[in-house]
Design a protein around this ligand. Structure first.
Ligand code: MEZ
Length: 529
């Protein structure tokens, strides 16, 4: 690997032609493994294909199914709390929504499964896209994202994302986000996979953490009421099917809290902890697709649930770091992907799905490197970053990566690391309109739990922008709606219908969703049965 480094530095692998890219995806991308999929039997997406893990979650029972009977289902539950806007989820989208809803005068409650800020937002390292460079434009951002998403993006949502990108940056800066700047004080912009120009704003390699630090502070400053360790276990519905609140579970007391709300915003994030196709994940511990299950049972249509993002560079060694994100910003800075014979095999700045497929191909075709724990990966040659940009670059720009690997005695300035794709993002989610409105009345969705914006492959840095732009829009819209929406009955009528559909379809699974936490014990038991 090291012997060939000097020769590799002179090479620039070309981007693949469209046909070659398609062929690589269809032969090696996990989205194309037919046996990993099945058809949904019930619900708004019945007949659609999705991965087995998600299908099981969407068709699972509710924690409230057991005590449910015909009489209870139509009897309104007595609320412990009554709020205009209930926000479920304490990551970037939830916090942005809460701030805007409160600023617009709504009475807001933010409930979150873990602590405020325990979310995938803080796991985003490399940057946030926004067309703020004078040489760039929202149109160019739009074109890059559409191409990266295989032209399947919801174009109305995408237009809003790119046009509102610069004002989202300004909003964050006014709140106190410290984006990296150059010597003259100008915002420093970097490139990423699939971007035709430098468009990523970063806070070294902990961009999401910095965003969340500021958003969390502001939620506290604005005295927005927050219930931590209180995940939603079911949504509530009125006779017309509209969402009327949620039942939370208080982890501390194990009691249920019934919240009546005029509008509910789901901002529950992703589903990496379902470990789809047994992939490791870069996601935080609570990323179990809760919002998808809750919204689906209430009748919300989902989009693109057959496509997931496998980030090309998850750590595979040492074992305790398995799945952990090794930021794409390293590849943008010149870090090279190298197979066991010591050769580069793909342009590191292809889109993520293409790079991930190329890594999988190298490993499947015997050009991977085995770890002592039995995994396989390829090298990410990080030391070349200092060779390309000068000594000290890695230390300055990637302090988070340095710290994480140094815990295991690996100095990334001197040694390459081993990587393999890691489950990173759910490309699809709940179908929404530009205000975040789902297909169920009075239910809004923002951030990773929503789908359509990113098409079939998200570009790096577009999710941090997504949570800000669409989190804020959902918060503003919810506050406006709350002024005219009447209080609805807090029943479990939808659950009665869902249970009947389960029975009709012969679904007998004892899985309860939302799962809330990854069920590693169940997985091991299933695998050994
Ligand atoms: O948007 C992302 O997923 C991101 C910034 C990830 C990364 O590689 O750092």
């Amino acid at each position: 690997m090291e012997a060939k480094r000097a020769g590799r530095l002179a090479q620039t692998p070309a981007l693949l032609a469209d046909d070659a890219r398609k062929a690589l995806l269809s032969t090696h991308h996990p989205d194309y493994r037919a046996d990993a999929y099945r058809t949904l039997k019930i619900g708004p997406n019945a007949g659609d294909r999705t991965v087995k893990e998600l299908a099981e979650l969407l068709e699972a029972g509710s924690a409230l199914s057991e005590p449910l009977n015909a009489r209870h289902a139509d009897t309104p539950l007595t609320p412990h709390e009554k709020v205009d806007v209930l926000i479920i989820g304490g990551g970037g989208a939830g916090a942005a929504a809460a701030l805007e809803a409160k600023a617009a005068g709504a009475n807001v409650l933010l409930a979150t499964k873990l602590r405020l800020g325990d979310a995938n937002t803080v796991m985003a390292e490399g940057g946030m896209q926004a067309a703020v460079n004078p040489d760039d434009s929202p149109i160019r951002h739009f074109a890059d994202t559409l191409k990266g998403g295989h032209f399947k993006n919801d174009r109305t949502l995408l237009k809003i994302l790119v046009e509102e990108g610069p004002s989202a940056v300004l909003w964050l800066m006014k709140l106190g986000v410290l984006f990296d700047r150059d010597e003259e004080g100008n915002l420093k912009l970097r490139s990423g996979g699939g971007t035709s120009t430098a468009r990523l704003l970063a806070c070294r390699d902990y961009t999401g953490l910095e965003l969340m630090r500021v958003l969390k502070d502001e939620v506290l400053n604005q005295k927005i009421r927050t219930l931590e360790f209180s995940p939603a276990i079911e949504l509530l519905s009125g006779p017309d099917g509209a969402c009327t609140g949620a039942v939370l579970k208080d982890f501390d007391s194990d009691r249920r809290i019934v919240v009546q709300a005029k509008i509910v915003i789901l901002a529950t994030g992703g589903s990496g902890r379902l470990h789809i196709q047994r992939f490791p994940t870069s996601n935080h511990f609570g990323a179990t697709g809760d919002g998808l299950a809750l919204a689906y049972r209430l009748g919300a249509k989902l989009l693109y649930i057959d496509t997931f993002q496998y980030h090309p560079t998850g750590s595979v060694y040492p074992e305790p770091m398995s799945g952990l994100l090794v930021t794409e910003a390293l590849r943008s800075a010149g870090a090279q992907l190298v197979n066991a014979p010591g050769d580069r095999f793909v342009s590191e700045l292809e889109t993520r799905d293409v790079v991930a497929s190329a890594v999988i191909r190298e490993c499947q075709e015997g050009r991977g490197v085995a770890t002592p724990g039995g995994r396989t990966g390829v090298w990410l040659d990080i030391p070349v970053v200092d060779e390309l940009h000068g000594e000290g670059t890695i230390e300055k720009r990637f302090p988070n990566m340095m710290r994480l690997f140094s815990r295991y005695g690996i100095d990334i300035r001197k040694e390459p690391v081993l990587v393999y794709p890691t489950l990173h993002y759910q490309n699809g989610g709940v179908q929404v309109d530009p205000q975040g409105q789902a297909t169920v009345k009075n239910l809004l969705v923002a951030g990773e739990a929503s789908g359509g914006l990113h098409g079939r492959n998200r570009l790096m840095g577009n999710s941090l922008l997504d949570i800000i732009v669409f989190g804020r829009r959902a918060g503003q819209h919810a506050a406006t709606m709350a002024m005219s929406v009447e209080w609805g009955a807090t029943t479990l009528g939808h659950l009665k219908a869902f249970e009947a559909a389960r029975a009709n379809a012969g679904i007998t699974s004892d899985l309860i969703s939302p799962m809330l936490f990854p069920d590693y014990v169940r997985k091991v038991e299933k695998a050994t049965a």
